[in-house]
Design a protein around this ligand. Structure first.
Ligand code: NCD
Length: 315
């Protein structure tokens, strides 16, 4: 039977709400092929030869920015990085003018991180290059959720039916929002726990999401635990006890880990506050896939570029 081939060519990657389960499946399968390239001696293929990509980061980043850069370079694209502190942004240039400037240079894709929710969507409306959202405020971080799914599937062999516990500062976490959307679409069971002050109201109405008072309940028999970073830089005060108290009540330590399945997979998007939300014994322990997430981030970003800039293999 002739099947219509899915194509993501020309698609902006703003939030996973815009992507179907089939499209997410296509991205994960493409990333699997891409991961082989990272393990080669010569990590260079011509898929994106002649394409140019700009990463435009208004907020700090280590993993996300570097992996978007390397992903483009492994695929043969030219990649230029702009960070707020070392560009005309410090002279007060507006986001719109910065985007126009990048567009005028003939760029094919812009990877963007910004503190304002909706910034990537705004960019997609004012300029023509494909926009990949690398995090907009607390709204979305689609490539991080995709690399989480990839890491889970690689370790567990499936996504459907798995129980995942997401712990901590959901209020400020774009990763958690993208995770919830993606995990639900792929048939996972999502449990959340954290201090009440850091759990946004929407969670209580979110279909398929169970919110717990105590993290022990969320962790019970979990297949996957994702610990979120406490985002002190986004807190206006009053939301947070002390780091010691947080670690005592909400931190993931070896004792609590025992409540989950023996082969539970531990994720954290990084950077970690070790000793606060996660104990170093857990972060570097046998169940941790935190380093794998970083490597898989490169594969996922290679897949996204390939699909949105070329439409995939047969293009
Ligand atoms: C996350 C982010 O920036 O949203 N980090 C990341 O991209 N690896 C999470 C965080 O900063 O806590």
């Amino acid at each position: 039977m002739e099947q219509k081939r899915l194509s993501l060519r020309g698609r902006n990657v703003l939030a996973l709400a815009d992507f179907s389960a089939e499209e997410i499946r296509l991205i994960l399968d493409t990333a699997k092929e891409m991961k082989n390239i990272i393990h080669r001696d010569i990590k260079k293929v011509p898929t994106l030869r002649g394409k140019s990509i700009v990463t435009l980061f208004y907020e700090p980043s280590t993993r996300t920015r570097t992996s978007f850069e390397l992903a483009g370079k492994y695929l043969g694209a030219d990649v230029v990085n702009i960070t707020a502190g070392s560009s005309s942004i410090v002279k007060g240039e507006s986001l719109r003018d910065t985007l126009y400037t990048i567009e005028a240079m003939g760029v094919d894709a812009i990877v963007m991180r910004h503190k304002a929710e909706g910034a990537a969507e705004y960019a997609s409306r004012v300029v023509s290059p494909v926009i990949l959202n690398a995090g907009d405020g607390a709204h979305a971080h689609p490539s991080q959720a995709l690399l989480n799914l990839f890491t889970i599937e690689e370790n567990k062999g499936r996504l459907e039916g798995l129980k995942v516990a997401i712990l901590g500062d959901v209020l400020h976490s774009r990763v958690a929002r993208s995770d919830i959307q993606a995990m639900r679409k792929m048939g996972m069971e999502v449990h959340i726990a954290g201090p009440k002050t850091l759990l946004p109201r929407f969670l209580y109405q979110e279909p398929g999401v169970v919110v717990h008072e105590r993290i022990e309940e969320a962790i019970q028999d979990a297949d996957v635990i994702e610990v979120l970073r406490i985002q002190l830089e986004r807190m206006k005060g009053g939301l947070f006890p002390t780091t010691r108290e947080y670690a005592r009540i909400f931190g993931l330590n070896p004792e609590r880990l025992k409540l989950a399945k023996d082969d539970v997979l531990v994720l954290h998007p990084g950077p970690m506050n070790k000793g606060w939300e996660i104990s170093p014994f857990v972060a570097y322990g046998d169940n941790s896939a935190i380093q794998e997430e970083v490597q898989n981030g490169v594969a996922i970003r290679m897949a996204l570029y390939t699909l949105v800039l070329t439409g995939g293999k047969q293009a």
